[in-house]
Design a protein around this ligand. Structure first.
Ligand code: FES
Ligand code: FES
Length: 175
């Protein structure tokens, strides 16, 4: 005998309020809705890319209270009262890119772009520490996100370049 999903897991719904890209949003969601589906389906933030949907590829990475998480492994209800950033938050003005975006564009750190939102957000997180990183350290830091296209070297270059740009801006200099 088969049991329907609804019968097995219930149909409970709950209101959640999440600060998404600096804007508070409140929605009623199924308690089984993932954070990734909430961002994509409720808020139309389709930069959150779903690959494996079970925590392997990292392409659904977003920043949760400033730290990278796999949004396919979290429930929307877990985000209630927290802050989430997607790649849409990096630049509200297309004429003024974030240092991470500038670096990835100039170093050609992307091809198909499927992993790119996750890579950009992870890069933002790690360069905000302010430390310079070797190639090996960058590769370790981005190892949770799989890129099937680039061969990684351009991404490594972009992460290092983004760090240099951000440190330059923080110091008040130009890059
Ligand atoms: S879609 Fe979330 S880790 Fe692959
Ligand atoms: S650029 Fe295609 S998956 Fe990374």
């Amino acid at each position: 005998m088969t049991t329907s999903t609804a019968a097995k897991y219930g149909t409970a719904r709950r209101a959640v309020t999440v600060r998404v890209n600096e804007r508070h949003v409140t929605r009623e969601v199924s308690t089984r809705t993932t954070l990734a589906d909430f961002l994509r389906d409720e808020l139309d933030l389709v930069s959150v890319h779903l690959g494996c949907e079970h925590g392997e590829c990292g392409c659904c990475t977003v920043l949760f209270d400033g730290l990278s998480v796999r949004s396919c492994l979290m429930l929307a209800v877990q985000a209630d009262g927290h802050a989430v950033e997607t790649v849409e938050s990096l630049s509200v003005n297309p004429a003024e890119l974030h240092p991470v975006q500038e670096a990835f564009a100039e170093e050609q750190g992307l091809q198909c772009g499927f992993c790119t939102p996750a890579m950009l957000l992870r890069t933002k997180e790690i360069i905000e520490t302010g430390r310079e990183m070797t190639d090996a350290e960058v590769r370790h830091e981005i190892s949770g996100i799989l890129c099937r296209c680039t061969g990684y070297q351009n991404i490594v270059n972009a992460v290092q370049s983004a760090g240099t740009r951000l440190r330059g801006r923080t110091a008040g200099g130009r890059d």
